[in-house]
Design a protein around this ligand. Structure first.
Ligand code: GTP
Ligand code: SPV
Ligand code: MN
Length: 587
């Protein structure tokens, strides 16, 4: 436990508000976790899975109205409305506290308050930040214990400092009409009520490590980004690090755990996973940009994960994993989801807990946003630098999204500011990771639209300033699109492991080893420079997905112009100039 007065006072105040029957301090020990797991199984909150096939694994089902992030109910409560900016929902902090305290009042009666001390980032790393989450959910305790570094060691590092993020989570009645995920960046505080779904309640993840941390990064001169981090090792044993920002359910976990195609594997290429969702980055002593993954586990999309698409993710989930909203196979007490294999169980329960027969079912068995929470240490390709508190030096930053058309397979920005422009104009089709329509193209700058904790125009400016600070040591910036469709609606590019062919070109560009053709939007590869060896894919098809069609981009430029008007005079002049250059290039 701790003697930290700011912590003790705040917990006391929250106790007075929510009135728990008892308070349990999470110490990080296996003994305590085991007791809680047993308790959760006895109430039905968790189902213990087959100990032989899935040791230490559990299944959980959320309420059917509570299966994804709720962007419409996510608020940035800065004192001034304009500081939240045009892309966030805003609420006045005083109004928000009042509303939330009314909802939270007495809501722990008959329940236990769990106090979770956690570190985002390796404990004691100069990048790391501390949070305390109060919750009335054992599911949250178990998930946080996988996703963050949890336990007494955190109190030792915190000492009597007041620099920590307060997080209050109240399940309440899981009433979607009273569901709110509110952030108070100026108070280092997060309050989440009436949800039990991961992204809304694992407060260390999107709420802290992106929304609050992006604001901290702006104030303190570093960056919190929705990015995977991977190390690409070449046959000489040299490792280069890449970060990539793709919107939710657009391929970060898959790229981070990529297995090279045969031809590359036999030559000695390897990919090492540092992170699959979030990167905290700052300038290192050598002037380069360095990144850590603040998380300690993976909260990954289950559907589509299989031995072919992402074997590393599948191995990672074989032990100590929590599955949420997948199919429960009653024959052998294991789990299943769409795209795992071609053998759906016949004697099963679907994600809602209803009888389900995979051979005859007309409805999907797993929710499209069903997830696994798995410890990073299980991952066969986890990087040796994963625990390194100093992070890894970044050579390239990659942006990308789901675009059926327009955006080529890969292109490189002309320079840092042009790269910031490329990130700022990202657009992608929406997915099941958030509630609302799926498949609608929307602008999602740097994949941060739902996660930026302050004015997006100021965020762009922060990117530009980071570039000025890094100068010629700044990473090179690229954009990729694995999701181009043909006329029949099939993906043209094979994707997954074959994405390494594109990463190879990216690293060669960073090392100045390959030429490129300049287009209106930036540098595009010569088709001959993407290695297609061992792949049944014609160079003409490759050319078709590398082509930059100026008429399509002229339309795109109109969309960007419209999007940019939202930011008014908080849009950096540098980006305005970039847009003018694009328009001129297209003429
Ligand atoms: P979040 O955890 O929500 O942030 O998602 P993510 O960005 O980590 O996405 P993830 O890797 O889980 O992939 C989401 C979906 O995209 C899965 O259904 C994958 O099968 C699919 N996907 C990933 N990579 C590729 C690819 O290269 N090509 C195609 N066609 N689909 C892909
Ligand atoms: C995402 O939606 O980007 C996720 C899952 O990584 S969640 O934690 O729900 O935000
Ligand atoms: Mn994500």
């Amino acid at each position: 436990m701790t003697k930290n007065e700011s912590v003790l006072n705040w917990i006391e105040n929250m106790k007075q508000l929510v009135k728990p029957d008892q308070v349990v301090w999470i110490d990080g020990s296996e003994e305590q976790l085991n007791q809680l797991r047993a308790e959760a199984c006895s109430t039905g909150e968790m189902i213990k899975l087959n100990e032989e096939k899935l040791p230490g694994c559990y299944l959980h089902r959320t309420a059917v109205n509570d299966v994804a992030r709720v962007e419409g109910r996510t608020f940035i409560c800065s004192r001034k409305e304009e500081d939240a900016g045009p892309t966030n929902h805003w609420m006045d902090p005083q109004d928000a506290y009042k509303m939330l305290f009314d909802i939270a009042k007495d809501s722990y009666q008959g329940r236990t308050m769990y106090v979770i001390p956690y570190s985002m980032g390796p404990i004691g790393s100069p990048f790391a930040k501390i949070g305390v989450e109060l919750t009335d959910s054992i599911y949250v305790v178990m998930n946080m214990s996988i996703m963050a570094r949890v336990g007494n060691a955190v109190w030792d590092v915190l000492g009597d400092s007041n620099d920590w993020v307060r997080g209050l989570h109240c399940k309440c009645q899981i009433d979607e009409e009273k569901r709110y995920i509110c952030h108070f960046p100026e108070d280092n505080t997060i309050i989440s009520v009436n949800s039990g779904y991961g992204g809304n309640v694992l407060l260390g993840k999107k709420c802290f490590a992106l929304r609050i941390a992006s604001y901290q990064g702006k104030t303190e001169g570093w960056m919190a980004e929705h990015m995977l981090i991977l190390g690409l090792e070449n046959p000489k044993g040299e490792v280069k690090y890449i970060t990539a920002a793709f919107p939710s359910a657009c391929g970060k976990t898959n790229l981070a755990m990529l297995i090279p195609p045969e031809g590359y594997k036999s030559k000695g290429y390897k990919v090492w996973t540092v992170g699959d969702d979030i990167a905290w980055m700052r300038k290192g002593p050598d002037g380069r940009l360095w990144a850590i993954n603040p998380e300690n586990g993976f909260f990954g999309v289950a559907p589509g994960t299989n031995l072919k698409s992402n074997p590393n993710a599948l191995y990672t989930t074989k032990e100590g994993t929590i599955f949420t909203n997948v199919v429960h196979n009653l024959d052998d007490n294991t789990v299943w989801w769409e795209g795992l294999d071609k053998n759906p169980p016949e004697n099963a329960k679907n994600w809602k807990g209803q009888d389900w027969n995979g051979k005859t079912a007309t409805e999907k068995g797993a929710h499209p946003n069903s997830r696994f929470t798995a410890p990073a240490k299980n991952c066969p390709c986890i990087s040796s630098e994963f625990e390194n508190g100093a992070g890894v030096p970044i050579s390239a930053i990659v942006f990308g999204g789901r675009r059926a058309q327009t955006t080529p397979l890969v292109y490189q920005s002309r320079d840092w500011n042009n790269g910031v422009f490329v990130g700022s104009i990202m657009a992608s089709e929406t997915t099941a990771a958030a509630t609302g329509a799926v498949g609608v193209v929307r602008r999602d700058p740097m994949a941060m639209l739902p996660f930026c904790g302050y004015h997006m125009g100021d965020y762009f400016k922060h990117w530009i300033e980071m570039g000025e600070e890094l100068g010629d040591k700044a990473p090179k910036i690229f954009n990729v699109n694995w999701f181009r469709l043909d006329d029949e609606g099939n993906f043209i590019w094979p994707g997954f492991g074959d994405n390494l062919r594109v990463l190879e070109w990216i690293i060669k560009r960073c090392d100045g080893e390959v030429d490129a053709q300049e287009t209106a939007i930036g540098y595009v590869p010569y088709a001959e420079d993407i290695n297609l060896e061992g792949l049944d894919f014609s160079i003409d098809t490759l050319k078709s997905i590398l082509e930059v069609k100026n008429d399509q981009w002229a339309k795109e430029a109109e969309g960007i112009e419209e999007f940019y008007t939202k930011f008014g005079d908080r849009l950096p002049q540098e980006l305005r100039n970039q847009l003018e250059t694009l328009k001129a290039n297209l003429k």
